[in-house]
Design a protein around this ligand. Structure first.
Ligand SMILES: Nc1ncnc2c1ncn2[C@@H]1O[C@H](COP(=O)(O)OP(=O)(O)OP(=O)(O)O)[C@@H](O)[C@H]1O
Length: 275
């Protein structure tokens, strides 16, 4: 059996409550192992704890209790630079640094690999250009990043993460702002990278299509973790998302398709409709 790249053991995270002296428990006793080179989708309703979990996995937040091992070593004991060489994060909402062109923003991914006095080599530049090409932004390399559309900026952030050459990519809603073609292009790109990809996704159909494993969170707790077939069960999804749904298998390709049908909540099963 392959050693886990992440081992989470009874992780809890609480935020201070802004209106009282208490706290908000965002993650509650999370225990699981993530295998290397898998694409893992974190799914669940708003406020379930998805983004908070990413912030623990990239070391930005420390758990209130429990522990995280990264490649068998306690994550909290690793230096920021050592972490940045292993883990790259693409945040949910970001604004472009003012006045920098796309090539310069993507090149920021080189920083964890450089000493302060080292400049950008021809090889670095080649790597940056390849990443921009991979996300479909080669023709915008010299444009100012703060003039990009939301979707283009999202792709630029992914290019920066690719340049970082980390073995783990953490992405918060990587398909936000993307049109349907780029949603698939970005997820196909991530899937083909042979890296550990952990991403929060609201679109369950994209999650079913591109993720090998799904982690379903609700109120900071793990409701299910496994393959899309293990996790995307209609009764469970209805409980967690509060809407009836049907889950079907796409006939030609076999991946699962979730369709939420709010009308079913009001359907009177077994009562014939009046003529
Ligand atoms: N900085 C913070 N301070 C206080 N509470 C927070 C903070 N960040 C998140 N929370 C709370 O923690 C819980 C989990 O939030 P989180 O952002 O992780 O959820 P999420 O599943 O990513 O939600 P969404 O789908 O809406 O992005 C929520 O109740 C949220 O209000």
């Amino acid at each position: 059996m392959t050693a886990a790249i992440y081992t989470l053991d009874q992780l809890c995270l609480a935020y201070p409550n802004s209106r009282s002296s208490g706290s908000v428990l965002a993650l509650d006793q999370i225990t699981l192992a993530i295998s290397p080179n898998e694409v893992v989708g974190i799914i669940g309703p708003n406020g379930a704890g998805k983004s908070s979990l990413l912030q623990l996995l990239n070391g930005r937040y420390a758990p209130n209790s429990g522990r995280i091992l990264l490649s068998g070593q306690p994550l909290q004991q690793q230096s920021a630079q050592a972490l940045a060489r292993q883990v790259a994060t693409v945040a949910q909402i970001s604004s472009a640094p003012q006045g920098l062109c796309c090539e310069q923003v993507a090149a920021m991914g080189l920083l964890p690999h450089k000493r302060w006095y080292e400049g950008t080599s021809a090889q670095d530049l080649q790597q940056v250009r390849l990443a921009l090409q991979q996300v479909g932004l080669a023709d915008k390399a010299q444009l100012r990043a703060d003039t990009l559309s939301g979707g283009e900026l999202q792709r630029l952030n992914i290019a920066r993460a690719l340049v970082q050459q980390a073995t783990i990519l953490l992405l918060d809603e990587p398909t936000n702002h993307l049109d349907v073609k780029y949603q698939h292009q970005v997820l196909q790109l991530l899937q083909g990278l042979n890296k550990t990809i952990i991403c929060c996704l609201h679109d369950l159909n994209l999650a079913a299509r591109y993720c090998q494993k799904l982690l379903l969170l609700e109120n900071g707790k793990v409701r299910a973790y496994g393959t899309p077939h293990d996790v995307l069960r209609p009764a469970l999804l209805q409980q967690v998302f509060g809407l009836p749904c049907v889950v079907s298998s796409q006939a030609d390709y076999g991946w699962l398709q979730v369709t939420f049908i709010p009308e079913l909540a009001h359907a009177k099963v077994g009562v014939p409709s009046p003529c």
